[in-house]
Write a protein that binds this ligand. Structure first.
Ligand SMILES: Nc1nc2c(ncn2[C@@H]2O[C@H](COP(=O)(O)OP(=O)(O)OP(=O)(O)O)[C@@H](O)[C@H]2O)c(=O)[nH]1
Ligand SMILES: [Mg+2]
Length: 418
């Protein structure tokens, strides 16, 4: 699979499982299948850079009697990438340090945990880091080798044993790998075989070579583990998200059914009342025009219109209170007018000019009239704040499911392409 497709797939997974960002970055490295990577981890000035130089037989990394290495650097030597990392107790604590440590953590197949012998026991920070590394190693099968460095700085073998014991008590079963880079260099330069042996470097090399031989298996294990865990997590997320979506959709359906039912009942009740009122009225005087004389008199026409108005208002109040109970209040903003009094759903659906019996009849006493109201109110119900929020949640949930499916498919393609 092409590198850009691999990156795309990994981006898709991280988009839905952000907590897997680190794992996916590691997976990308594993799939790139470059040379095995060995890194040093430890406190500053404990001889990490010099150890690497002596291991590869080149002055590849800067060595100094102070905090020296501040960023990650690497050197490929005989098919192995050696990675020099900054010392741990980051008294400067810059972003660079964090990135370098992160990268060392991410890239390395083998971590050399370096601790200077003269320091004696491991401090709290080292112990915490070692615990973290061991937990990771348990899971990923990435290897950790403990290196007790600069042992020439101890007075004698008895001192070395004491330190060894102390560290062994802190971390039972830890393999020490005691080394001295200076002894090794001196032994080489002066051709002193015994000193070379006593530097501990030859046997550390053997140990590292054995660890390197295990890297392909460890990588295969870690690759399978990352695929398995991620695939499983995606599947779990899909199930959970599908459940959420189903629940939301059920709520949406049930709310709508309850609204439809309720509105139907209110309209039916109002219709019965209006029908009864209309049937009880006598002759319709509404269309008998008032003359100028009647300006201040109560006429039959005025009375009729007043009746109609009252009946209509009562119906409106009844329906309106039902709608308010279901969150259907004002018009959606894009439909609002400057006249605020007109911005109610009732006005939008029912209008304001109901003056005659035939208007009431058409609205409330025919199937077409009632169905129109039902339809219109349902339309505004869907535009109410809560319903729109619910619809939004549903569409978000559906897109999460799409993204999870996309990520699952890409991960599968990635796995198949190995
Ligand atoms: N006596 C003795 N000194 C050593 C040994 N290894 C390294 N040193 C010295 O210890 C100092 C620090 O060594 P570095 O290799 O730079 O240490 P480091 O752990 O890389 O330090 P940072 O890069 O700052 O984290 C240098 O002066 C080295 O020459 C050793 O085995 N014995
Ligand atoms: Mg260094």
């Amino acid at each position: 699979m092409r590198a850009d497709m691999r990156e795309q797939a990994i981006r898709e997974v991280v988009a839905v499982l952000p907590d897997r960002a680190h794992d996916m970055a590691r997976l990308a490295i594993l799939l790139a299948d470059a040379e095995p990577i060995v890194t040093v981890i430890g406190k500053y000035n404990h001889g990490k850079s010099r150890l690497l130089n002596e291991l590869i037989g080149q002055e590849a990394f800067a060595v100094a009697d102070r905090r020296e290495t501040v960023k990650l650097s690497d050197s490929v030597h005989r098919g192995v990438r050696w990675l020099d990392a900054p010392g741990l107790d980051a008294d400067v604590g810059t972003e660079d340090d964090r990135h370098a440590l992160h990268a060392a953590w991410l890239h390395a197949d083998i971590r050399l945990f370096v601790h200077a012998a003269k320091e004696g026991e491991l401090d709290a920070k080292e112990l915490a880091l070692l615990a973290e590394l061991c937990a990771d190693s348990e899971r990923s099968k990435r290897q950790i080798l403990f290196v007790l460095s600069q042992v020439d700085q101890l007075a004698d073998d008895a001192e070395l044993q004491k330190v060894g014991h102390a560290i062994g008590a802190q971390w039972p079963g830890i393999g020490l790998n005691a080394v001295s880079s200076t002894r090794y260099r001196k032994g080489l330069d002066e051709g002193k075989k015994l000193m070379l042996e006593r530097s501990g470097m030859p046997s550390l090399r053997v140990t590292i070579d054995a660890a390197l031989a295990r890297v392909p298996d460890a990588r295969a294990h870690e690759t399978a583990l990352l695929f398995d865990e991620t695939r499983e997590e995606l599947a779990q997320c899909l199930i959970a998200q599908q459940q959420t979506l189903d629940d939301l959709r059920r709520t949406q359906r049930e709310q709508r059914a309850a609204f439809d039912d309720g509105v139907k009942r209110v309209i039916a009740k109002v219709s019965v009342d209006i029908d009864a009122m209309l049937n009880a009225l006598g002759t319709d005087h509404a269309s008998v025009p008032d003359t100028a004389r009647d300006a201040y008199a109560i006429t039959a026409g005025k009375l009729e219109r007043a009746h109609i108005q009252i009946a209509y208002s009562r119906a409106c109040i009844e329906i309106d209170s039902f709608l308010a109970g279901h969150g259907v209040m004002g018009l959606p903003s894009e439909q609002e007018t400057v006249a605020r009094a007109l911005n109610s759903v009732m006005v939008a659906v029912m209008g304001v000019s109901v003056k005659f019996r035939k208007d009431l009849r058409r609205m409330f006493c025919t199937d077409a009239g009632r169905e129109r109201m039902q339809r219109e109110f349902a339309h505004y119900f869907e535009l109410s704040k809560d319903r729109k929020a619910l619809a939004m949640l549903i569409s978000q949930s559906a897109s999460v499911i799409d993204a999870l499916n996309t990520a699952s498919n890409s991960l599968r393609a990635l796995e198949d392409a190995q």
